[in-house]
Design a protein around this ligand. Structure first.
Ligand SMILES: [Zn+2]
Ligand SMILES: [Zn+2]
Ligand SMILES: [Zn+2]
Length: 293
């Protein structure tokens, strides 16, 4: 386990938690830690185990070979948010004892990153407000199509809580935005031909579903303490990094620690760990990473 993975207390989520956070024991021992990223899922789009598969990884007893679909929870100074909302979102939030997701940020609109959006419904009731979805325009169009019932005339809904209350906040490549007390940098990545976003918060970056990183974006990923980067398998793939390509990128970017995510059932946790350099490790569901300025 890396020295960058630390425990933070649960935030007070009434929206004014910065004072309580500043006085917490973790803050006193490590004053630069401002937030925490919890890796909620590390699996590729079909998840691991794969339904019906009898391979050694899918049949493994190692909990680190059980990978829900990709996404992270961020415990920020002013509450909790997520990056991506995969189909197991509710189970992931229960497992991580999340309390109130105030916002969701999206890398792109593939099904394994958005199909949990209905699980945001409860947070609309709790806040008595819409849940903001931070995404690019094309992602908004896809979400509006996929969840058309959430954007239909409310008078047609069976009752007030029948559909999630959602609104969109536009984010743009290369422009930082602020959310729940954090500054978030948007970084253009390529997923095959599809332009998608990665995010850098302080010393940590989350880049998933990448196959190539444009040169300008690589500059935005220098001097990281932790990079979370997708790695599908050993063999090349048209829209995802494979292991050699990921290691090549890591050598260029030189983060102090890298965690690999969005992994298929072809990667066994223990075997992969053995073949990786010392500052690279597979991520696992539930991994916690400290975010510092
Ligand atoms: Zn994906
Ligand atoms: Zn398998
Ligand atoms: Zn994707």
């Amino acid at each position: 386990m890396s020295g960058f993975a630390v425990e933070l207390p649960n935030q007070n989520l009434d929206g004014s938690s910065s004072e309580a956070t500043a006085q917490s024991p973790s803050e006193m021992t490590n004053p630069k830690v401002i937030a925490e990223m919890v890796i909620m899922g590390t699996g590729t789009s079909i998840g691991v185990p794969v339904v019906g598969c009898r391979c050694s990884v899918c049949l493994s007893d190692n909990p680190r070979n059980r990978r829900m679909r990709s996404g992270v929870l961020i415990r920020a100074p002013h509450g909790e948010m997520i990056i991506d909302a995969g189909p197991e979102l509710r189970m992931q939030l229960v497992r991580e004892r999340a309390t109130l997701i105030r916002a969701a940020v999206f890398t792109h609109s593939h099904a394994d990153h958005i199909m949990g959006i209905d699980d945001l419904r409860i947070f609309g009731f709790q806040m008595d407000d819409s849940v903001p979805l931070y995404c690019e325009e094309f992602v908004e169009q896809q979400i509006r199509q996929t969840f058309s019932y959430a954007f239909s005339d409310p008078s047609t809904h069976a009752h007030k809580y029948a559909a999630p209350r959602l609104r969109f906040e536009r984010i743009t490549e290369g422009q930082d935005f602020s959310l729940l007390g954090l500054n978030i940098r948007t970084i253009r990545l390529k997923h095959g031909e599809l332009p998608i976003l990665g995010f850098r918060i302080g010393n940590v970056a989350f880049c998933t579903d990448v196959s190539t990183i444009p040169a300008d974006s690589r500059e935005q990923l220098r001097n990281l303490d932790v990079l979370v980067l997708n790695t599908l398998r050993h063999k090349p793939h048209p829209t995802h990094l494979h292991l050699d390509a990921a290691l090549n990128l890591i050598r260029q970017l030189q983060p102090r620690q890298t965690y690999l995510t969005h992994m298929s059932h072809e990667l066994d946790y223990d075997e992969l760990l053995k073949e990786l350099p010392p500052n690279v490790a597979p991520a696992y569901d539930g991994l916690r990473i400290a975010i510092s300025t």
